[in-house]
Design a protein around this ligand. Structure first.
Ligand code: STX
Length: 315
């Protein structure tokens, strides 16, 4: 990865509806603009996310989506839908005086990148997607009801533990009740179990630091509440929307990087997307799971950002 850098500017952008988004820029002000879209939804940005781009060639833009990270108010679901996020991205683009930009997103960030690019295709120079998440019924079911449960029965036991047996036939609904209930202790317990499940299943090899990061109370609460809210509403997408509209991406070059053993977002989603969007190249990383920090995944992503910047950096 590129060296750790600091933003040359950061600010809060008022997007209306009572939301203020944390927005920062790093790299080189006159460089190729790239927008980083974080996962979850609700995962927020991290300084490590700047390190996927050559800071001498890219103008690197990170922001925390509504309710996530440092955006305010924290973990709120008011006026917080996919359509709001798409319009926030447009507002950021206009605010920064950017005509067209590279969009880079993993997991939920790939969902949002696709939804944005299909709404405003003329604004997108290229797409780089990692751990593609189409957010269809079966994709959500796989991770939160049955599927990944069969690969990680031990972690699954911990995930279902806050929910009584008689409610486990619909874990999304049962979790929603706890995450949005009045009982603060139950809320925190549910948030921690929810986020721990995701942290534990994200990497091919166990990664305690990763799990610890996503189970910090503040992070866990935003991630669990925002994810559960979005997934309860099928991410505010029509059935199969992102595949049906893939033809809108026909003029956009794309790179899709996906780990063969991704247990959060199984690779058949990337495969289906590439078939519907032949201009994109699918790079299967044979020894990786879901996380952006998986060595083979970071490597493939950086190769892609270098390529779109005109080749490998020589310095
Ligand atoms: N969530 C998919 C997603 O976007 C179901 C995602 N997966 N892991 C993450 O996000 C974190 C990085 C936030 C843990």
């Amino acid at each position: 990865m590129y060296p750790a850098i600091h933003p040359y500017t950061s600010e809060y952008l008022d997007v209306g509806d009572g939301h203020e988004l944390y927005l920062e820029q790093s790299g080189v002000p006159g460089g190729l603009p790239v927008l980083f879209l974080h996962g979850g939804p609700g995962g927020g940005c991290d300084p490590i996310h700047r390190r996927f781009f050559d800071p001498e060639r890219y103008r690197i833009i990170l922001f925390d989506q509504r309710g996530a990270g440092k955006s305010r108010p924290h973990a709120t679901l008011e006026q917080n839908t996919t359509q709001h996020l798409i319009e926030d991205i447009e507002r950021i683009r206009q605010h920064l005086n950017i005509e067209r930009w590279l969009i880079f997103g993993g997991s939920w960030g790939s969902t949002l990148a696709l939804a944005y690019a299909q709404t405003y295709p003329e604004r997108v120079t290229e797409l780089i997607l990692r751990g593609v998440f189409l957010c269809r019924e079966q994709d959500i079911r796989w991770f939160y009801q049955t599927g990944a449960s069969r690969v990680f029965p031990d972690y699954w036991q911990d995930f279902v533990s806050p929910i009584p047996t008689e409610e486990r036939h619909d874990l999304m609904a049962a979790y929603h009740q706890r995450l949005f209930g009045d009982d603060e202790i139950a809320r925190m317990r549910a948030a921690e179990a929810w986020s721990k499940w995701e942290g534990r299943t994200s990497s091919l090899h166990p990664n305690p630091d990763y799990v610890e990061h996503f189970t910090q109370p503040r992070m866990a609460l935003a991630l669990a509440r925002i994810e559960c809210h979005y997934f309860t509403h099928h991410a505010f997408l029509e059935p199969d929307q992102l595949l049906k509209n893939a033809h809108l991406l026909a003029d956009i070059p794309g790179t899709i990087v996906h780990g063969r053993y991704d247990m959060v977002c199984p690779i058949d989603q990337a495969y289906a997307l590439q078939q519907a969007w032949p201009e994109a190249v699918l790079q299967v990383v044979s020894d990786a799971g879901h996380a952006i920090t998986e060595p083979g995944i970071s490597k493939a992503l950086i190769l892609a950002t270098d390529r779109y910047a005109g080749g490998q950096h020589s310095a």
